[in-house]
Design a binder for this molecule. Sequence first.
Ligand SMILES: Cc1ncc(COP(=O)(O)O)c(C=O)c1O
Length: 494
Amino acid sequence: MPRTAELLAHDPDALSAVAAPTLAVRVSQYLVAEIQRGRLRPGQRLPGTRALAAELGVERDTVVRAVDAMRAEGWLTSRARAGTFVAAELPVVSVRKPRTTRVAVPERAAFSRPTLPALGIESIPKGAIYLGGGVPDVRLVPREALARAHRRILRNSPRTRLDYGDPRGDVSLRRALATLLREERGLAVGDDGLLVTHGSQHAIDLVARVLVRPGDRVVVEDPGYPPIRDTFRLAGASLVPVPVDARGLDVAALAKVCARGPVRLVYVTPHHHYPTMAVMAPERRAALLALAKTHRFAIVEDDYDHEFHFGGRPVLPLASADAHGSVIYVGSLSKMLAPGLRLGFVVPPRELLEELVRVRFASDRQGDHAKEAAVASLIDDGELARHVRRARRVYLSRREVLVEELRRALGDRIAVEPPSGGLAVWAGVEGDVEALRDRARARGVMFFVGRDFTFDHRSIPYARFGFGSLDEKEIARAVRLVGGASRGRAPRAR
Ligand SMILES: Cc1ncc(COP(=O)(O)O)c(C=O)c1O
C-alpha cells in the first residue's frame, strides 16, 4: 500500500490544481479528493504533520489547520500517541434524492418583518379560456425575423451585447424608440432622453421609487388598473381615487383633491383608459396639464397600447403637449409586440432621468441588450411597423366578431359599442354581473367585471372582454359559453 507522502509526492502539481481560497483549505480539499478517489483508504494512518508539510512544500502550521478542519468534518480521527487516521466511517457527501417531494422549508420566518400591503394580483385558472385583459395574440409575432435578428446580434457583437452595458438600455433600441416617438407620437426626445425598462410596470415602479415617499398622496383612476395601484402602495403612497367617465379622468374632481392638500403624482391612461377604453377629451387634457403646473404634481402617462387605435390616427400623448416638464411618459412593447419580451420605456423630464437610471442600476442594473438590439433591428427595418399594420387589421375584425357575438349571446342584457382603440370592450351588463362571471368561470371562460377595477371593490354593472389574444372561432366559442352561463344552463362536458 503506498504511503500517503508518496502519493502526494507522486503528483507535485496536484495541490496547485485545486482551486480554493486559502492554502489550508486547499490542502484539506486535496486530501479529501484523495480519500474520495480511494488513494487514501479508511483507517489508513497519515504521516505526521511535519512530514506532510515537507512533502507538500507548505508550512507545518498550514497542515495542522487543514487536519483540524478535516477532523471536525469527520474525514480524519486522531488517537493519542497513535497518530492521525482516515476515518473508518467517511462522512456522506453525496446528495440523495429525497423520497418525497416534501421539503422541510420553515413555514414561518424567525425574523421580524413589516406587513406587505394587500396586493390584488389575480391568477388565471389553469385551462380557462381567457377572455379578459386586452392582451395581444403572441401567435402573430414575427418570430422568425426576431429569432434571426437575435442570432445575428449574438454572433456579431458578443462583446457589446453580452457584457455589462449602459443601464439606460442598448443604444440601438434607444435610438429606434426615440425616432418612433418623435415621428409618430410627437414627443421631443433624443436617444439620451429615455430609459429602456422591463415593461411599463417596471418603468412605473422606478418612477414610484424616485418620486414617492411614505404618506405622499398619489392619485389613481377609479375604476383603474389594479397592478399599478399596488406599485404605488409598495412605495408607501396614500392613494386617492378620482373618478373617470366617458371623457376620461374627471379633472374637476382632481382639482378638488388638490385643493385639500398636496398631491405628488397623478397616474393616468389618457389614450385608452384602462379598463373602460375612454379616450380623454382635449379640454380635459389641457386642464390636467394646467393643474399639474399650478399644483406642481407629476403626471405619469401610461400609454400602454398606443398602436391599436382603429378610428384613424391615434390621439397624440399628453407628453407631446407638455411644455413645462410635468409629464413622465411611459410606453411598452407588450401590446405592440409581445408581453413576454418585457420591454418598455420611460421618457421623463431630463432632470429625473439620471435618478431613474441610478435607481434602476441599484435594483437590476440593466436589461438584456442582445434582445433589445434584436427588437431595435425589427423597428429599423420596418418589420415592427408591418407587424402592427397586420395585427391592427386582425384585431379590427376580432373586435367586430366579439361585439356581434356578445350581442347575439346576451341580447338585451348587454350594452356594448366597439371601442375606438385598445384590445378590449367595456360593456354594460344588466343583472348580477358578478354571478354571470362566476357561472362563466365554472364553464371554463374567464373575464373581468367592474368590481375588479373599482378602487373600493364596489360593484358596477360592467364587464370587460378582451379580443386580442383569441381568434374569431375562439372568441365565438368563449362568448357562447358566457351566453350559456347567462341562461344558467348546466355546462356541457368538455
Ligand atoms: C394600463 C396598463 N398599464 C401597464 C401594463 C403593464 O404592461 P407591461 O407589460 O408593459 O409591464 C398593462 C398591461 O396590461 C396595462 O394594461
